[in-house]
Design a protein around this ligand. Structure first.
Ligand code: IPE
Ligand code: IPE
Ligand code: MG
Length: 246
């Protein structure tokens, strides 16, 4: 079942499948509020959607899927919400790792791993090493991720290398910078999707999205469907990416 192509994906242009899709999964809290439920219920429902979108991405041949699950700023949310999100993350890893592994998916994380609770870190490490040799889609979870922090680390790291005489000043170029970000070795996102209608980037992949095609949908993340995802990819396939040329 999980490896079958869906009926929606049949009219996708197989030659123009995006290599890298990045998603700001927003709107869980508002989804719950509309139903007079606790925000955590929205996050729970959101996790179901993660499962669907991971499967669809893999089925249509996306190579990298980066999901913004928790930002460096999200630590400032109420303690109970933060711990519920961490528990959900653990639940996701435990329930999904066999399916991920069976489908040749490699799990990766981008963000401040050292800031995560020990049990979350342990599960992440286990799942990453379990799937580490897989050659299919890379599922990139952005957890305690902030782009400015990532850029700061990159600047420090490169500065140190210059200081140590390891590289020369004029050897600093775009590629070197990319290679010192958490996303080293990955292509930049072709598509950036944000759900819930907010017209902002919220400190996500600032360097990497320089030429990504943007899709902002008013749909709240827990209501986001495979069908809408496929429609976005079809729309992407119609776009003319000029990269500044004519
Ligand atoms: C996205 O949903 C999930 C996280 C940021 C962890 P929100 O929790 O931000 O939902 P809204 O934006 O309050 O509706
Ligand atoms: C961005 O959503 C972070 C994630 C989806 C994990 P937020 O809900 O935190 O962003 P703002 O506060 O609306 O900018
Ligand atoms: Mg939000």
């Amino acid at each position: 079942m999980s490896s079958e192509k869906t009926s929606y994906s049949l009219d996708l242009d197989e030659a123009k499948i995006p290599s890298h899709v990045a998603i700001i999964m927003d709107g869980n809290g508002r989804w719950a509020k509309k139903r007079i439920l606790n925000r955590v219920k929205g996050h729970e429902r959101g996790m179901e959607v993660v499962r669907t979108i991971v499967r669809t991405s893999r089925n249509i041949g996306v190579s990298y899927l980066t999901l913004f699950a928790f930002s460096t700023e999200n630590w400032q949310r109420p303690r109970l919400e933060v711990s519920a999100l961490m528990s959900l993350l653990k639940k996701f890893l435990v329930s999904e790792r066999d399916e991920l592994h069976d489908n040749n998916v490699r799990l990766n994380m981008v963000g401040q791993k050292e800031r995560l609770p020990g049990d979350v870190k342990k599960l992440l490490d286990e799942t990453m090493s379990m799937t580490g040799k897989n050659t299919g889609m890379v599922l990139n979870l952005a957890i305690s991720y902030g782009s400015r922090d990532e850029i700061l680390q990159m600047v420090r790291h490169i500065s140190k290398r210059v200081n140590d005489g390891d590289i020369k000043l004029d050897e600093i170029n775009h590629k070197l910078i990319s290679n010192h970000l958490y996303t080293a070795g990955m292509p930049d996102p072709d598509i950036l999707i944000r759900t819930s209608g907010e017209m902002r980037i919220s400190n996500f992949l600032l360097w990497q999205i320089a030429y990504s095609e943007l899709f902002i949908t008013r749909t709240l993340w827990p209501d986001f469907t495979e069908q809408e995802y496929i429609e976005i990819i079809k729309d992407f396939q119609q776009r003319d990416r000029r990269f500044g040329k004519v």
